[in-house]
Design a binder for this molecule. Structure first.
Ligand SMILES: CC(C)(COP(=O)(O)OP(=O)(O)OC[C@H]1O[C@@H](n2cnc3c(N)ncnc32)[C@H](O)[C@@H]1OP(=O)(O)O)[C@@H](O)C(=O)NCCC(=O)NCCS
Length: 186
């Protein structure tokens, strides 16, 4: 069964549809990954079609094996962001989230709205007590997304390759939604 999620629009920007990535997204993935900021902060950069196919297969395998769920976030039918739910292990009370937004789609609340939709779905679907979100200390945009999406800062972690600086650990607990549902930010 294909999982499709939705996030409301804002006064200024359209609603979002989240669905698994597929073959037809490969040209878009290659285009989005040209952005050096995105390459800096992701573990699995995509440079060409081979990389994109490998990236896609990794994420499709994650769904098949039940270890991770990755979503293409569509705005007006165009993939503009990626949300990953990973470290899903039967009986383990926590999992981890990750995300990016295409350079030309940033600043529209896409990451916050899409991450909130996946976080709610994850808590409804698995018996999770907490979702963890890690970013390097100087990734200020990611820190802001975490705070706005109900993931307060819980600690600082030592640097872990491939990232050279310490990291922030943010956690969203089951039943603790953001104070204000982040659907109407502009
Ligand atoms: C982090 C990222 C996903 C945010 O995506 P986005 O769709 O633009 O996020 P949103 O619009 O939902 O929210 C971004 C928030 O961060 C703020 N922000 C953006 N750049 C910022 C910066 N350099 N410093 C501080 N805050 C910043 C925005 O103002 C916004 O907050 P606001 O709504 O209160 O104004 C995007 O910048 C990105 O893809 N970066 C590269 C990949 C990455 O870092 N992924 C996370 C790895 S842990």
């Amino acid at each position: 069964m294909t999982i499709v999620l939705q996030a409301d629009g804002t006064a200024a920007f359209p609603a979002l549809v989240l669905r698994p990535w597929d073959e037809g997204d490969i040209p878009t993935l290659i285009e989005i990954y040209r952005d050096p900021v995105l390459r800096r902060w992701t573990r699995m950069p995509v440079h060409d079609e081979d990389d994109a196919r490998q990236w896609l297969q990794t994420h499709q395998r994650g769904w098949t094996e039940g270890r991770q769920c990755s979503f293409a976030v569509l705005e007006a039918e165009r993939p503009v962001a990626h949300i990953l739910l990973k470290e899903l292990v039967p009986g383990k009370p926590s999992a981890e989230v990750g995300y990016w937004t295409a350079a030309d789609a940033r600043g529209r609340g896409i990451a916050v709205r899409a991450l909130d939709a996946v976080s709610r779905w994850a808590f409804e679907t698995w018996e999770l007590e907490r979702l963890e979100l890690l970013h390097q200390v100087d990734n200020l945009a990611s820190c802001r997304v975490a705070q706005k999406c109900g993931y307060p800062l819980e600690g600082v972690l030592p640097a872990r390759p491939p990232f050279p600086k310490d990291g922030h650990l943010h956690v969203r607990h089951a039943g603790q939604d953001p104070e204000e549902r982040p659907l109407h930010s502009t």
